[in-house]
Ligand binder design. Structure first.
Ligand code: ZN
Length: 152
């Protein structure tokens, strides 16, 4: 009986180890500053090596959310323009995120200086070779705070 228990524990140990080895969390980081800039205009996700992807936005500035708010909104590039307009219409009460989120693949909270937020990106929504744009939806920021997400 003892031997069976030991064998079973060993089995759990081995399967447990192999499960965690095949799950790879890829953590992306991007910073937004008081100069209305992200520190990266391109981000990459390799679907072969990441089973889960998180993105962390750090607001490295000092200004308040009401005057220098930053978020990170991901969309298909073809929906970028429509989405920036919808975000403006949503206004400050909704943190410039429209109620209709059908074009939003992922987004962080709107942050003020010194704050940060992390979101998980749903990989099932992304295709290799697809065209994706991320931007800050605060009024006037999208043209300066914009980049491409490349899926490899
Ligand atoms: Zn911003």
């Amino acid at each position: 009986m003892k031997r069976i228990i030991i064998m079973f524990s060993l089995f759990l140990l081995i399967t447990g180890v192999s499960t965690s080895a095949s799950a790879k969390v890829c953590a992306l980081t991007i910073n937004g500053s008081d100069q209305i800039k992200y520190d990266k205009n391109i981000l990459r996700i390799n679907l072969n090596s990441c089973t889960k992807v998180t993105l962390t936005l750090n607001h490295t500035g000092k200004l308040a959310k009401q005057i220098m708010g930053h978020n990170w909104v991901l969309t298909e590039t073809k929906h970028y323009k429509v989405l920036t307009i919808a975000a403006l219409k949503a206004g400050p009460d909704k943190n410039y995120i429209p109620d209709d989120r059908s074009h939003i693949l992922a987004h962080t909270k709107m942050l003020g200086g010194g704050e940060n937020d992390t979101v998980e990106i749903d990989l099932s929504k992304l295709k290799k070779g697809g065209k994706y744009t991320y931007f800050c939806s605060f009024p006037g920021h999208a043209s300066l705070m914009k980049g491409s997400l490349v899926i490899e």
